[in-house]
Design a protein around this ligand. Structure first.
Ligand SMILES: Nc1nc2c(c(=O)[nH]1)N[C@H]1C(S)=C(S)[C@@H](COP(=O)(O)O)O[C@H]1N2
Ligand SMILES: [Mo]
Length: 257
């Protein structure tokens, strides 16, 4: 399978261009910014060296599952489009997969539920200082990317959500929650697009119909209300340029736990 080989090769090489990008920035004028970026890169690198890029986040047992998985951030997207999608039980919702891929595609919820799934009981850690254990079921992101066939320049996966963050509607470009991860994280076995929580359909307050679970990172990386996934070469041309809604407001892009 050429697409799979290409993806694996990309995933294996994905960390290297980061070194070059970091060094380029260090050589630039904004020295402080460069130092911060280098520190962040080093912490990601150190974590990878100490635990391995394949390291799994801890998984728990059924007994550990919290009675209620609390909601944080958006609990109900303030968007006419989202309300329409919700009203028909997400029958007309589609996840669009595009950007630097050979085969852009759209998936209905039924399509995703029909694909091989993974279930994992993990702990969600929010930067605000609380944690909660839940059981997630969904499609490994790796499967969708292998089908899409990332092009040689592909380095990151950007997740676009339905919830407007600035009081404007989804139609206004640039106003919704978004997040991103690199291809290494995207190919990790515990990185899934979850449609189920605790053996039930994903509740609206937790991101229905589909949300990202990237279990080695903090809560704000776990993008809810997914609408579109874009494979890109660089993040500095996306929205605020830092790779996520909270990152654009100062949070770290690599939010390792
Ligand atoms: N679309 C979207 N995704 C989001 C957020 C959000 O406000 N909107 N909040 C983030 C934060 S800070 C956390 S802690 C988790 C909360 O997920 P939960 O509501 O399932 O607890 O979602 C993350 N993903
Ligand atoms: Mo959070």
């Amino acid at each position: 399978m050429p697409a799979r080989r290409r993806f694996l090769r990309l995933a294996a090489g994905a960390a290297l261009p980061g070194v070059l990008a970091g060094c380029d920035r260090l050589a630039g004028n904004d020295e402080l910014n460069g130092m911060l970026r280098k520190a962040q890169f080093l912490s990601q690198r150190a974590q990878a060296l100490l635990t391995g890029v394949d390291a799994m986040a801890q998984e728990f047992t059924e007994d550990d599952i919290a009675d209620v998985f609390r909601s944080n951030g958006t609990a109900m997207p303030d968007s006419g489009l989202y309300r329409q999608l919700l009203a028909d039980g997400f029958a007309s919702w589609r996840l669009r997969v595009g950007g630097l891929v050979a085969h852009p595609a759209q998936y209905s919820l039924a399509d995703l539920r029909g694909m091989p799934s993974r279930t994992q009981i993990t702990r969600h850690d929010c930067v605000e200082g609380w944690s909660v254990i839940g059981k997630w079921t969904g499609v490994p992101l790796r499967q969708l990317l292998l089908r899409a066939g990332p092009l040689p320049a592909a380095r990151y996966v950007v997740f676009h959500c339905a919830d407007p963050m600035d009081g404007s509607d989804l139609q206004a470009p640039g106003s919704t929650y978004y997040e991103s991860i690199d291809l290494v994280e995207a190919g990790h076995p515990q990185t899934i697009l979850a449609y189920g929580l605790n053996d039930e359909p994903l509740p609206v307050k937790n991101g229905a119909p589909l949300r990202l679970r990237v279990e080695r990172q903090l809560g704000y990386k776990q993008a809810k209300y997914l609408m579109r996934i874009d494979v890109v070469e660089r993040l500095d041309q996306v929205r605020g340029g830092k790779g996520g809604y909270w990152e654009d407001r100062g949070y770290e892009w690599y939010a390792g736990i």
